[in-house]
Design a protein around this ligand. Structure first.
Ligand SMILES: [Zn+2]
Length: 251
């Protein structure tokens, strides 16, 4: 009896160690706003600061999606603990509040911009986006009008993807290779349109780790809403993604 309990204990230990060793993909964090607004997708500046500090102190290196995909084509090696820090929608606080905090800890991010909202109240201007870009931020598309892609026709989907890419590339002078689906919604026509529009990859709202070995247009992310339980919740979200990612790597 005691012997079988010991064997079970050892097995649990081995599985736990395996689940916690790196692998199975890269955490792609999904933020929206960094502000004190009492909204579910608005993380307070102090809490964002703690989260960035946690990543820095635990040996994480922020990389862009471009860098993640470059390793797929044999271009360089990933750091030992890579993380991608993404922001959806293109809110002005990403520039005013999140960027200086990320820089303080040597981190950088990726902003998915709603191309048709640039310069509107609460959203970044083209000048701010250019400044973000110059300071190491990767700019991606979040479509032109923030429509749920699976609720419009395939030609309309393609138009959203093409138009946002063109507008961003024209105004920012750099290639836009990645996109995040508004509301995390998409269908098979979206994937076909993504390919046709010439995107390299896309982020969903599905939980888990991002990996370039699967469908590049269906990258998982780690959603980071306003925490109810402080830094512990952030750590738990990272851990959960790690476990999902390891289990997903089995098949
Ligand atoms: Zn959005």
């Amino acid at each position: 009896m005691i012997r079988s309990l010991q064997i079970i204990g050892v097995l649990i230990l081995i599985v736990s160690l395996w689940l916690l060793t790196p692998g199975g993909g890269v955490p792609i964090l999904a933020y929206h706003q960094v502000s004190s607004l009492p909204e579910i997708y608005s993380v307070d500046a102090n809490e964002f600061d703690q989260q960035m500090q946690y990543l820095a102190e635990h040996g994480y290196t922020a990389i862009s999606l471009g860098e993640l995909f470059a390793t797929k084509q044999g271009g360089g090696k990933l750091p030992s603990r890579p993380v991608v820090i993404t922001f959806d929608d293109g809110y002005e606080d990403n520039y005013l509040t999140a960027l200086p905090i990320m820089e303080k800890y040597g981190m950088k991010g990726t902003v998915f911009v709603i191309a048709g909202q640039v310069g509107q109240t609460e959203y970044m201007t083209w000048e701010q986006l250019k400044a973000m870009q110059q300071r190491g931020t990767e700019i991606g598309s979040h479509t032109y009008s923030h429509v749920a892609l699976n609720e419009i026709s395939p030609p309309e989907q393609l138009a959203e993807l093409v138009r946002s890419k063109q507008v961003l590339e024209t105004n920012l002078g750099q290639r836009v290779e990645f996109l995040a689906y508004p509301y995390g919604q998409y269908d098979s026509a979206t994937i076909a349109a993504m390919q046709q529009a010439g995107y390299t990859g896309a982020c969903t709202g599905r939980p888990g780790l991002g990996t370039t070995s699967g469908d590049v247009y269906q990258l998982n992310r780690v959603n980071i809403p306003r925490p109810k339980y402080g830094l512990g919740e952030f750590r738990l979200r990272l851990l959960r993604a790690q476990i999902y990612g390891k289990l997903a790597s089995l098949w």
